[in-house]
Design a protein around this ligand. Structure first.
Ligand code: CAP
Ligand code: MG
Length: 401
């Protein structure tokens, strides 16, 4: 087939690292060549007119890991769907493979530069909110569905006025009979303005615009027209095309990227696509914040991988702005020191049930979250700090630390 180039040294190539298990009766080499063929220019048999110079090159096979270099000409600049249709398309369904997982991908500078990256990056978010060092503290309106816009408006005031920097719709909140999108955006943004005038704090509301792309465009415009500074997209259920379309409008708004449904293909270590790949594509396209896991919360996620992904999102990458990791899922005040110790300060810590479920209510839940972050930033243990911070004391009594 001519895709085997062991020892080739990639230069200006897109490079993919796959974990693979070949089907019985097939050698690893044949399986690897078929991955390279199917994800670049070939099929199961050689056909006339094939331009071999465009073919992918298998350059390393070791212990179920195959590394493949792809000529840059195979990829349309600035087009994530086309990239994934190549390197994460048919290859996942081939009989010749028992399992296949795209573990990592790297891009040459020219390809990276064909994307916009974040419009509002980590540093812009800190400047906008005036929060220079500590993690931003966020919450998700709970219950996730059922609240009316009027109820959300009241809850927004309760939590923002007691120290929460950032609130978001839950991932499955759209525009329903009980909660129309426009109605809640107007009401919650009114509270954002109230906090600005009462406390001089610029707080953030992430309105979930996830819908068809044309509808997302309309909703994003609506948020912008009403003074909003942030939109949320469930990037995997909305899709890369939808995300790119919204990013490419150059709205000067935060893009909060929720990763609902990633577990369908990131969780299995032998088959699917890693969260590291999702994170690289998300930053390329240009999200401001990306859910990457809290390590110690309720959601699955390997500490080493989450730390690696968070460090990548905050690293220097060919001049692209930084993306802030969002640590969320089963978080409560007692977990704050561990989360900051593992993931650092440059994060948004999101807490839903661990705030709204506080025995003394939402205001106390918000205060307890802020107290836990303040204590940690001052290097004081939560137990010590709780001695004269009652809300934190009750949260520790309720959920531990
Ligand atoms: C958290 C959450 C988030 C998860 C997503 C939820 O609520 O709102 O969607 O954090 O997981 O619906 O579960 P709680 P991840 O704080 O009440 O758990 O951040 O890992 O993508
Ligand atoms: Mg949620």
């Amino acid at each position: 087939m001519g895709y085997m180039h062991l020892g080739y040294e990639p230069r200006n190539d897109v490079v993919c690292e796959f974990y693979f298990e070949h089907a019985s009766g097939v050698s690893a080499k044949i399986a690897a060549e078929n991955i390279a063929a199917e994800s670049s220019i070939g099929t199961w048999v050689d056909v006339p007119g094939t331009k071999k110079q465009l073919g992918a090159k298998v350059f390393s096979i070791k212990n179920n890991i195959v590394k493949i270099a792809y000529p840059l000409d195979l990829f349309e600049p600035g087009n994530v769907p086309q990239l994934l249709s190549s390197v994460a398309g048919n290859v996942f369904g081939m009989k010749i493979l028992k399992n296949l997982r795209l573990n990592d991908i790297s891009f040459p500078k020219k390809y990276i530069r064909s994307f916009k990256g974040p419009n509002i990056g980590l540093n812009d978010l800190r400047k906008m909110t005036g929060i220079k060092k500590r993690p931003l503290i966020g919450t998700i309106y709970k219950p996730k569905l059922g609240l009316s816009p009027g109820e959300m408006e009241k809850l927004a005031y309760k939590v923002y006025s007691n120290g929460i920097d950032y609130t978001k719709d839950d991932e499955n909140l759209g525009s329903m009979r009980f909660n129309k999108f426009e109605d809640r955006v107007i009401k919650v943004l009114n509270v954002v303005d109230e906090i600005k005038s009462e406390q001089g704090r610029q707080v953030v509301y992430a309105a979930n615009i996830t819908a068809s792309t044309d509808e997302m465009l309309r909703r994003a415009e609506f948020v912008k027209d009403h003074g909003g500074k942030c939109i949320m997209i469930d990037i995997l259920t909305a899709g890369w095309s939808g995300l790119q379309t919204i990013r490419n409008q150059n709205f000067k708004m935060i893009i909060h990227a929720h990763r609902a449904s990633h577990g369908a293909f990131t969780h299995n270590p032998k088959h699917g696509i890693s969260m590291k790949v999702i994170a690289k594509l998300s930053r390329l396209v240009g999200v401001t914040g990306l859910h990457t896991g809290a390590v110690v919360g309720k959601m699955k996620g390997d500490e080493r991988e989450i730390v690696e992904i968070d460090n990548f999102l905050r690293s220097e990458w060919y001049g692209l702005k930084k993306t802030i990791p969002i640590a969320s899922g089963g978080v409560y005040p007692g977990l704050i020191p561990k989360i900051i110790k593992i993931l650092g300060n440059d994060i948004i810590i999101n807490c839903g049930g661990g705030l709204w479920g506080h025995s003394m209510g939402a205001e106390a839940g918000a205060k307890a979250m802020r107290q836990a972050v303040d204590a940690t930033m001052e290097g004081i243990s939560l137990k010590e700090y709780a001695k004269d911070h009652g809300e934190l004391k009750l949260a520790i009594k309720q959920w531990g630390c």
